[in-house]
Write a protein that binds this ligand. Structure first.
Ligand SMILES: [Fe+2]
Length: 314
């Protein structure tokens, strides 16, 4: 059942008060809005790269979110967008910050958290469980929601939340009752696997600036990572990645295949100012060689992400 508020948001009301569905008036292209609740207290910067956030045995209803990230024309896909997702468990409890008595059968310190990269068509998928609601105090509850920090290779980060239609707490929550949240309250359908929903992310990025494999510097001073070079590229037995750090900070270096599937983490630690290098030998984390082909090397710091394409030959 669609709420009156959502119905009005989905419809177009003319000056004469006649209501036309937006589909008749022409498609709209509204950018994904930030949530008024902001980052909230439970974001953790070191979430692992994975699209399955919940162990197979995690308590709760299985939830599958499929999505696509586009530029502000609503059509041009943006690959390699970092989609950082975090959520409460079925009892409304967040890992890292709270002691959760429910679920987490694998004792995963970063349970129900993960970063996902959009693929070459801008698509991504997340498998998790439907989060529980939680108590805010003063007789108020937060509805079921998933937090997102969405960072394109070039462009601004959006920090937002996704809600679900039919939730009894939608209208009393300042995040979900914000009129700008309407496109982020999505319907879920029941399938044989669990619940499924679609999250279309539209970023304030011009289609020409989708910057698939490049990083467009926003200013000299904001560029903390300098001069990434890789040798040899293409490579056969090993590739050396060299880069300079202008500021001491945490750096995560990972390899992905062209579909955005994580292959291996090469480095995840604090680095000092100066030059650094790291080797990749063409192996996955389990020691097996990857197939010959093209891969992405991602270098991330809290301030920026650089993606470089590398080619492995056999
Ligand atoms: Fe939350």
């Amino acid at each position: 059942m669609i709420s009156r508020r959502r119905f009005l948001q989905l419809s177009g009301i003319t000056a004469a008060g006649i209501i036309f569905p937006k589909s008749i008036m022409g498609a709209t292209c509204d950018q994904t809005t930030p949530d008024v609740m902001g980052l909230g207290p439970y974001w953790e910067p070191d979430s692992p790269y994975r699209s399955v956030l919940a162990s197979q045995f995690e308590l709760g209803t299985r939830l599958f979110i499929n999505g696509v990230v586009t530029a502000n024309d609503c059509q041009t896909p943006i690959p390699n967008v970092v989609i950082d997702a975090w959520q409460a468990n079925v009892a409304g409890c967040y890992s890292v910050f709270q002691t959760c008595d429910t679920g987490n059968p694998d004792n995963d310190e970063l349970n129900l958290r993960g970063r996902i990269l959009s693929d070459h068509e801008g698509k991504f998928s997340i498998e998790t469980i439907k989060p529980g609601f939680y108590y805010l105090g003063n007789d108020r509850y937060r509805p079921s929601h998933i937090h997102f920090m969405i960072t394109p290779p070039a462009g601004n980060t959006v920090v937002t939340q996704l809600y679900f239609e039919g939730d009894e707490y939608l209208d009393e929550d300042s995040g979900s009752s914000d009129p700008n949240a309407v496109d982020r309250i999505i319907p879920l359908v029941e399938t044989e696997n669990g619940l499924e929903g679609m999250f279309k992310i539209i970023l304030d990025v011009h289609p020409d600036k989708k910057a698939v494999n490049t990083n467009i510097p926003t200013g000299e001073n904001e560029n903390r990572l300098q001069k990434v070079s890789m040798f040899p590229n293409p490579f056969n037995s090993r590739i050396e990645v060299r880069f300079g750090m202008r500021e001491s900070t945490k750096v995560l270096i990972s390899i992905y295949d062209l579909n955005g599937t994580w292959v291996r983490t090469l480095l995840n630690k604090n680095l000092n100012i100066g030059n650094h290098s790291i080797i990749w030998d063409g192996k996955r984390s389990n020691g097996q060689f990857v197939p010959a082909g093209e891969y992405f090397l991602s270098i991330q710091s809290p301030f920026e992400t650089k993606m470089e394409k590398i080619t492995y030959l056999k």
